[in-house]
Design a protein around this ligand. Structure first.
Ligand SMILES: Nc1ncnc2c1ncn2[C@@H]1O[C@H](COP(=O)(O)OP(=O)(O)OP(=O)(O)O)[C@@H](O)[C@H]1O
Ligand SMILES: [Mg+2]
Length: 278
């Protein structure tokens, strides 16, 4: 290590796979994010918690390239990145399951799984031709079967699936294609007990593969069960990051409600990069 203070409990790990510094985002007069820092280490599950409107989805959308921050920087594996759109984020190895708009209802399951990364047949002279639907269907079915997502046919249109099955397709896609980071915004909010379990198992599987997960959830027992660290936002500010093994339900509730604040705004602003630069 470079001798820097162990700023938010992640210092024992190797360099972070993702670092965000000073993220700010306003919507008109609403300050959705104020100078937010976030570190994500390899192979960890970071729970992101906070009350409604705290800024969780805004953070996720910025990391997924769906929103541009007003200020702030993002580094992946130490390199500054500019995520101008969702495709940039995917290229950087970040897959996202959004709270809303997880899938495209009018497309079938296989088309949703391969959305934005369609497989095309090679024509004469090696020119890429028509969509290779057979290959996409076969691979989509294999992915979803391997992940135990209960879908009868990958040719079924997504608007005919149940809410839980849709979520299964969105999570399955993220797990299948995420290379570094999978972000899930309330992946179990609409799910039954069994389907929620399945998502938890998928998160454990992703972690075993060495990927990192940011999990947004209002389900505190679930976050305490599965996360390595928990970061709490309140009114657009980061109020604390704790190791899950060293905290409990009461402390996380105090952070969420504002009864306890661990991060000092002045100290936050002076956090450096893991690389030790100024
Ligand atoms: N597109 C937008 N236009 C205007 N205001 C927005 C927009 N997106 C978010 N906001 C505002 O920014 C703040 C943060 O919203 P965000 O969706 O990030 O909250 P959240 O923590 O995900 O909440 P929840 O738990 O309810 O999903 C809220 O006050 C919200 O109303
Ligand atoms: Mg949200």
């Amino acid at each position: 290590m470079n001798g820097e203070p162990d700023e938010d409990g992640g210092g024992r790990s190797p360099a972070p796979v993702l670092e965000a510094r000073g993220l700010c985002k306003s919507f008109g007069s609403v300050r959705a994010l104020i100078d937010v820092n976030l570190d994500l280490y390899p192979g960890e599950v970071l729970g992101l918690m906070g009350d409604n409107g705290a800024g969780k989805s805004t953070t996720v959308k910025i990391l997924a390239g769906a929103l541009q921050p007003d200020a702030g920087e993002i580094r992946i594996n130490g390199r500054p990145v500019s995520l101008r759109g969702p495709i940039d984020a995917r290229r950087a190895g970040i897959e996202t399951v959004y709270q809303d708009l997880a899938v495209v209802p009018m497309l079938d399951v296989a088309e949703n799984v391969f959305l934005g990364r369609e497989v095309r047949r090679r024509g004469p002279l090696g020119v890429l031709r028509a969509l290779d639907k057979r290959t996409m269907r076969r691979q989509a079915a294999e992915h979803l079967r391997a992940l135990n997502v209960g879908i009868h046919s990958v040719r079924q249109r997504v608007d005919t699936l149940s809410g839980g099955q849709r979520q299964g397709v969105a999570v399955g896609r993220a797990v299948a294609f995420g290379r570094h980071i999978v972000i899930m915004d309330e992946p179990t909010a609409a799910l039954g007990v069994r389907e929620s379990r399945r998502v938890i198992e998928l998160i454990q599987l992703i972690r075993r593969r060495g990927l990192s997960v940011i999990l947004i959830s209002h389900n505190l027992p679930q976050v305490l069960e599965i996360s390595d660290r928990i970061m709490v936002l309140r009114n657009g500010r980061r109020v604390g990051v704790v190791r899950t093994a060293e905290t409990d339900m009461q402390q996380v509730v105090r952070l969420i409600t504002g009864a306890e604040v661990l991060d000092q705004p002045a100290a936050q602003g002076s956090e450096g990069w893991a690389g030790g630069e100024a």
